[in-house]
Design a protein. Structure first.
Length: 373
């Protein structure tokens, strides 16, 4: 059993690519209190029982059903696992694979059994992970914090991180002038701060190399401008938590960072809508689900936006992309939008999971296409 928190793009792509009879996908809301965890365990137990019945109805091999049941029981019995939860839990079982993700997004409860995993709800966490790193940068101190939605911020140990400006440049102080006349006053302090920033940047790079989370800077001038001018981090957020971070506790910095994330995601949604609306008008984006399914089948989609809350029962033809809509209660039905998203993911195109009111065109999905199909 492998327990994970926020999934990476590679995690989602791996799960989306799996195809075999008897894939069980379970989503349920959880919480951080013991009472919430107990309710979630009971709900998971009920979902596992429902999944076992569905697997039997689909005539899945009995040995695979037993393996799914065993892995589910292991999750239920792991008390340490249930002590640490986020807002939602995703569980994927097929008798061979068994993975869980503790998600920062509040998701509804569902249990899906089909010949592939149900990945659409997982994409919300990938679109808006609600976690970030904070670099609290001051002349006399520097610290890196990791924040998630429900847990207190954690300090990240960064090997080689300088303690302060003076330590970074090997001096006891960076104020005044040295006896030989070399600059150590206000003009020299900026030079020393630049060396300090370079030392921080060198220490951070190995830590941030594999991170997919936003990096939020908390600092004041002139360090803000020096860091932004000298350090290149692709996930560095444009907005800064202003003021001396030494005057703020870790919890206060985390609260400020969550506000930064909210504004960052809101601006991304607005920009995405504007781009799509322009492309829809130009005929290079699709809103009809049948057209989108066909484009996904032939690898023509450049990017996809889906409604995280809307379910469209049915299947998509493997070769033509034609949709066969189905009833809500069809056993083994994986859903049209989820299958479209799965095909887009396997072609390495980005998929954005938004709330219904934010989807361009007002439908279940919208897709920017590379070429007409």
């Amino acid at each position: 059993m492998e327990y994970k928190d926020i999934p990476t793009k590679a995690d989602v792509e791996q799960i989306a690519a799996l195809r075999k009879p008897g894939c069980v996908s379970i989503y349920l809301p959880t919480g951080t209190t013991p009472a919430e965890a107990d309710r979630a365990r009971i709900e998971l137990k009920n979902h596992l029982a429902s999944a076992a019945r569905a697997l039997e109805e689909l005539k899945v091999d009995k040995a695979r059903i037993r393996a799914v049941h065993l892995e589910g029981e292991r999750i239920l019995d792991d008390r340490d696992f249930w002590r640490y939860q986020s807002r939602s839990l995703a569980v994927f079982l097929d008798g061979d694979l068994a993975e869980t993700f503790r998600l920062p997004n509040r998701l509804g409860t569902s249990c899906e059994v089909a010949d592939r995993f149900y990945v659409k709800p997982l994409l919300r966490a990938l679109t808006f992970p609600q976690s970030a790193l904070i670099l609290a940068l001051a002349g006399n101190s520097v610290r890196l914090l990791h924040i998630t939605p429900d847990l207190p911020p954690e300090r990240v140990d960064v090997p080689g991180m300088p303690r302060d400006v003076a330590a970074a440049v090997g001096l006891s102080s960076v104020s005044g002038r040295s006896p030989d006349g070399r600059v150590q006053g206000s003009e020299g302090q900026k030079v020393r701060m630049l060396e300090y920033v370079h030392a921080i940047d060198r220490a951070l790079r190995p830590v941030l190399a594999n991170s997919t989370e936003p990096l939020i800077l908390a600092s004041s001038e002139p360090l803000t401008g020096i860091f932004r001018g000298a350090a290149e981090h692709p996930r560095l957020v444009a907005e800064t938590i202003a003021g001396n971070p030494e005057d703020k506790t870790d919890a206060e910095l985390a609260a400020a960072a969550r506000g930064v994330l909210d504004r960052l995601y809101a601006s991304k949604v607005a920009a995405l809508r504007q781009t799509y609306e322009s492309r829809i008008a130009a005929g290079t984006a699709l809103v009809d689900l049948s057209d989108i399914a066909r484009a996904a089948t032939f690898g023509a989609i450049e990017s996809l936006v889906i409604d995280i809350e809307r379910r469209v029962p049915g299947t998509v033809d493997e070769e033509t992309g034609a949709i066969s809509f189905g009833p809500d209660d069809a056993q083994g039905d994986y859903g049209v939008v989820d299958e479209i998203a799965r095909r887009v993911l396997t072609s390495n195109a980005p998929v954005y999971a938004l709330r219904g009111e934010d989807v361009p065109g007002g439908g279940a999905a919208a897709a920017a296409v590379r070429y007409p199909v």
